[in-house]
Design a binder for this molecule. Structure first.
Ligand code: UD1
Ligand code: UDP
Length: 363
C-alpha cells in the first residue's frame, strides 16, 4: 500500500500524475490530505478539475504557525499510519506537510519516498529549504527531477543507491492537462485578454509578501511594467498575499488582481502569456516547460535548470531590477529545451514503489 501524503495546491497538482499512475498500474494506494490548504480555490478545485478521487483521510489542520501546523499534521498522520498498513509513504516537495509526513513516517519505521528530491536554494532562511533538507535525509527513495538535483544529494553524502532521476511530475501534469486547458476553459475567449498580450504574475513566498517594503516595491515594479508596455498585468493572488495586501494597506494600482484560479485556467493563462513573473517554484517550472519567458521575483532559485536553459532570470523584488529583467526576457527566443523530463515521472515513481514493496514482502 502506497500512502500519498499531500496538503497544498502544488502537492495536489504534482501528485496527480502519481495518483493516475497508481490507478493505471493497479497499485494499492490511499490519499492522505493534511488540510494545510482548505479554501475551495486552493484545494477542491484541483480534485474536481483533475478528476482525482476524494482523499481517504483529511486531517483538516488548517493554518497556523510553523510549529503548530507541523505538530498538528504529525499527530494526525501518526494516527492514520498506525492503522493504515502503509508499505511506503510518498511526500512531494517542500511544505510543512512534507516535513511532518516525513518525520512521522520515519519514526514509525515506514520507508519514505520523496518526490522532487534534491532541490536546493542554499538559503536556510526559507522554511522550504529546511523542509526539503529534512525530508531528503530521512527518505529511503529520492526521486530527483534532474541530474543537477541528484548532484546536490550526492554532495550531501546521500547514497547513490537511494536516488532515482525520475524527471519532475510537473511535466506529466502539464502534458496531461495543456490540451484539455486549451479546449475547455476558454478563459481567454471570455475575457478581454489576447494571447501574447499580457503579463501573468504570482507571488506568495513569505519572505516577499510578509514584508511590507518588499511587497510594496514588488507592486510598484509591476505597475511600472503595466505603464511601460501598456499590457494587462494579471495577478491571480494567493490568499496569503491577499491578506498581507489588506493588512499593509497596499493598493494594486493598474494591476488586475483576481482570486486564485483553477489549474486548467492557470495553464491557459500561463501558456498564452507574453511574460510570467513569479516567486513560485511550480510556476517557474511550468513557464519553462511551456517556453514562456519567466522573471523570478527572488534572489535565488532551487530551479537553476530554468535559468541555465535561458528561460528564467532572477530579479528579486526591486522595481528597477524587475523592469530590467522583464526587458531582457521579452527579447529571448522561446526555443529552449525543457530540462524536467519526458512526462513519465509518475509512472517511473510508481514502478519503483511497486518493485520495492514486492521485494520487501518477499524478504
Ligand atoms: C505553503 C508552503 C509553501 C508553498 C505554498 C503553496 C509551507 C511552509 N509553505 O505556503 O512552501 O509554496 O504553500 O501555495 O508549507 N490560506 C487561506 N486558504 C488556504 C490556505 C492558506 O486563506 O487554503 C491563507 C491563510 O491566511 C494562511 C496563509 O494563507 O495563514 C498561509 O498559508 P500556509 O499554508 O501557512 O502557507 P502558504 O503561504 O500557503
Ligand atoms: N496555480 C493555479 N492557480 C493559480 C496559481 C497557481 O492552479 O491561481 C498552480 C500553478 O499552475 C502551479 C502551482 O499552482 O502548478 C504552483 O503552486 P504555488 O505557486 O502555490 O506553490 P509553489 O510551487 O511555489 O510551491
Amino acid at each position: 500500500m502506497i500512502t500519498i501524503v499531500l496538503g497544498t495546491r502544488p502537492e495536489i497538482i504534482k501528485m496527480a500524475p502519481v495518483i493516475r499512475a497508481c490507478r493505471r498500474a493497479g497499485a494499492e494506494y490511499s490519499i492522505l490530505h493534511t488540510g494545510q490548504h482548505y479554501s475551495y480555490e486552493m484545494d477542491r478545485v484541483f480534485f474536481e478539475e483533475l478528476e482525482l478521487p476524494a482523499p481517504d483521510h483529511n486531517l483538516d489542520v488548517g493554518s497556523g504557525s510553523h510549529a503548530v501546523q507541523t505538530g498538528r499534521i504529525m499527530a494526525g498522520i501518526e494516527k492514520v499510519l498506525a492503522e493504515d498498513g502503509s508499505d511506503i509513504v510518498l511526500v512531494q516537495g517542500d511544505t510543512n506537510t512534507v516535513l511532518a509526513g516525513a518525520l512521522t513516517a520515519a519514526k514509525l519505521h515506514i520507508p519514505i519516498g520523496h518526490v522532487e528530491a534534491g532541490l536546493r536554494s542554499f538559503d536556510r532562511r526559507m522554511p522550504e529549504e529546511i523542509n526539503r533538507l529534512v525530508a531528503d535525509h530521512l527518505a529511503e527513495y529520492l526521486f530527483a527531477p534532474t541530474t543537477l538535483a541528484e548532484g546536490n544529494l550526492l554532495a550531501e553524502g546521500i547514497g547513490r543507491e537511494k536516488i532515482f532521476v525520475s524527471g519532475n511530475t510537473v511535466v506529466d501534469a502539464v502534458f496531461e492537462n495543456w490540451g484539455i486547458a486549451k479546449k475547455r476553459t476558454g478563459l481567454l475567449r471570455t475575457s478581454s485578454l489576447l494571447p501574447q498580450d499580457y503579463f501573468l504574475v504570482t507571488a506568495h513566498r513569505a519572505e516577499n509578501v510578509d514584508v511590507k517594503a518588499r511587497l510594496k516595491e514588488l507592486i510598484v515594479g509591476l505597475n511600472r511594467l503595466h505603464e511601460l508596455y501598456s499590457v494587462p498585468v494579471i495577478f491571480p493572488m494567493h490568499p496569503r498575499t491577499q491578506k498581507m495586501m489588506k493588512e499593509f494597506g497596499i493598493a494594486p494600482g493598474g494591476i488586475a488582481i483576481t482570486d486564485p484560479v483553477g489549474y486548467l485556467e492557470f495553464l491557459e493563462l500561463e501558456g498564452n502569456a507574453r511574460l510570467v513573473l513569479t516567486d513560485s517554484g511550480g510556476v517557474q517550472e511550468e513557464a519553462c516547460i511551456l517556453n514562456v519567458p519567466c522573471v523570478t521575483l527572488r534572489e535565488n532559485t532551487e530551479r537553476p535548470e530554468t535559468v541555465d536553459v535561458g528561460g528564467n532570470l532572477l530579479a528579486g523584488t526591486s522595481a528597477d531590477r524587475i523592469v530590467a529583467a522583464a526587458e531582457k526576457m521579452l527579447l529571448v527566443a522561446r526555443d529552449w529545451k525543457n530540462p524536467y523530463g519526458d512526462g513519465k515521472a509518475g509512472e517511473r515513481i510508481v514502478g519503483i514503489c511497486k518493485d520495492t514493496i514486492r521485494k520487501t514482502r518477499r524478504e
